[in-house]
Design a protein around this ligand. Structure first.
Ligand code: ADP
Ligand code: G6P
Length: 469
């Protein structure tokens, strides 16, 4: 029987659901991260196929339908998980694309696995795409795929969106695979980035690193020797704002938020951090600032509490084991010094929660503290704005893509601990009168620029891109 084909095919390293073991059984659970949060709500309104890895090494589960979407698992062997996912994607690219907060490593074996897996994704997409279909490729794990797919299926429109920053050329050029990565992306018709600076970094890399006979760059378009053109522009991602606001307003979520505050002894100030446990998120810097404020008596653990949700992530990588150890040590020390029996200063939660519980945390928190050292966007900041009422405050790092849009946040440089402490204090001490206009302006921004708006803009830009000669 011929395989069913689709007018829209999404390709991401992960499927929206992950195969995990629970109570001795294998079950599907929502995958971690902002990519899935955003694309899940986009795909709920559209027919299409989503290809991605199931999260488990070995044979791929059979394709299946979920929420009107065709999910098509792509197999990764244990060696490929190690070399393509943990190695090249998260040991080479992730650090380079995030300002080398930890050193990057390069191995030729990793690069070969990246090629092989990107080729496999292209082959699967080529088989699922209807004639003239749109294929929407996502993120840093699949930068070679657009070129491979164009070779197999010159008839399809190919778009790629980068959920993370694109690095300045001085960092990008460290990558031994730099030319191949650029060539891979230039297989696409349209490339979407979180910020203008990211798109410009990409264009500058093409101009500087590819030979004049290979490409010419005019404005935001790169033209290859064969005539194919690729446009690069900023299309900042967002959240399903209405859905988050609605969920937050339900009685169940409001009651749960009140219960969370009660369980913490109804603190005067409840601070919240929600991050994947990643070294890019600045959790250490945040804890240091809060620890100093407690030690100096500028904050009192009797009336100020912090909840830190730290979602498990990439746990086999040494840099992630290190950040986990550091965070857990610091939380232990803060509680040892400042907690009372039954009343921790920091409530640390290292696991995933249902959306309702996340919404309740956003509603409960007086101050949301988002302090990444580098972040493509940071959807958590937008989720807080959508969920919380006017009497809230967002402390936001200048190094998160979200800072470009959420200008009324209490902006900070997390490397500057002294100023970060002052900013946290300002947010805590701000009156309702000062907070309300800031929260309202930020809410308007995420209402106008929600994830549906983002997807529509991306797809319109892709359709309008010059593409083939
Ligand atoms: P990243 O994509 O780097 O993980 P984002 O802030 O952009 O960061 O997106 C994270 C997404 O994951 C948000 O939608 C957030 O609500 C969700 N999330 C984070 N931690 C948890 C958790 N412990 N349980 C459930 N959802 C979580
Ligand atoms: C970020 C990346 C995503 C990734 C997610 C979770 O949001 O942009 O591509 O899926 O983190 O990371 P993981 O390695 O678990 O897929």
């Amino acid at each position: 029987m011929p395989q069913e084909t689709f007018d829209l095919v999404v390709a991401a390293n992960r499927l929206p659901v992950d195969r995990v073991r629970e109570g001795g059984r294998s079950v599907w659970r929502r995958s971690p991260g902002g990519l899935v949060t955003a694309m899940e709500s986009v795909m709920n309104d559209r027919d299409g196929a989503w290809i991605g890895w199931s999260g488990v090494a070995g044979k791929a589960p059979a394709p299946f339908e979920q929420d009107g979407m065709h999910l098509h698992p792509v197999a990764l062997s244990a060696e490929e998980v190690r070399d393509y996912y943990e190695g090249f994607s998260n040991g080479s690219l992730w650090p380079i694309y995030h300002d080398v907060i930890v050193p990057a490593s390069f191995k030729r074996r990793w690069q070969a696995a990246y090629e092989q897996v990107n080729r496999r994704f292209a082959e699967v997409a080529a088989g699922l795409a209807a004639p003239g279909a749109t294929v929407w490729v996502h993120d840093y794990q699949l930068q070679r795929m657009p070129q491979f797919l164009r070779e197999l299926r010159p008839d399809v429109r190919i778009g790629w969106f980068n959920h993370i920053p694109f690095p300045p050329v001085e960092l990008f050029m460290q990558l031994p695979a730099r030319d191949a990565l650029l060539q891979g992306l230039l297989g696409a018709d349209f490339l979407g980035f979180q910020r203008r600076a990211d798109a410009q970094n990409f264009l500058r890399a093409c101009r500087q690193l590819l030979a004049d006979e290979q490409v010419s760059v005019r404005g935001d378009v790169v033209r290859m020797a064969n005539g194919h053109e690729t446009r690069a522009a900023a299309v900042p991602i967002s959240i399903d704002t209405a859905a988050m606001t609605e969920l937050a307003a339900t009685t169940a979520v409001q009651d749960r938020a009140a219960e969370i505050r009660r369980q913490l002894g109804n603190p005067t100030h409840l601070l919240l951090g929600v991050d994947r446990l990643d070294y890019t998120k600045g959790i250490r810097h945040r804890l240091k600032a809060i620890e100093e404020l407690l030690r100096e008596g500028q904050l009192a653990a009797t009336d100020t509490k912090l909840i830190q949700v730290a979602t498990p992530s990439r746990e086999r990588l040494a840099a992630y084991q290190q950040i986990r150890d550091d965070v857990e040590l610091t939380v232990g020390r803060i509680n040892g010094d400042h907690a009372h029996i039954g009343a921790p200063a920091v409530t640390y939660l290292h696991r995933s929660f249902p959306r309702e519980e996340m919404a309740a945390l956003f509603v409960a928190a007086d101050v949301m503290v988002v302090t990444p050292l580098r972040d493509g966007m940071n959807l958590v900041a937008k989720e807080y704005v959508a969920a919380h009422d006017d009497d809230g405050a967002l402390v936001l790092s200048e190094f998160a893509g979200a800072a470009t849009e959420l200008k009324q946040a209490y902006l900070c440089n997390p490397h500057d601990i002294a100023r970060t402490k002052q900013t946290i204090l300002r947010a805590i001490e701000a009156t309702a009168f000062e907070r309300a206009p800031r929260m309202r302006a930020m809410r308007r921004q995420v209402q106008r620029h929600d994830v549906q708006h983002w997807a529509a803009r991306f797809l319109a830009d892709l359709a309008a891109a010059p593409g083939q000669p």
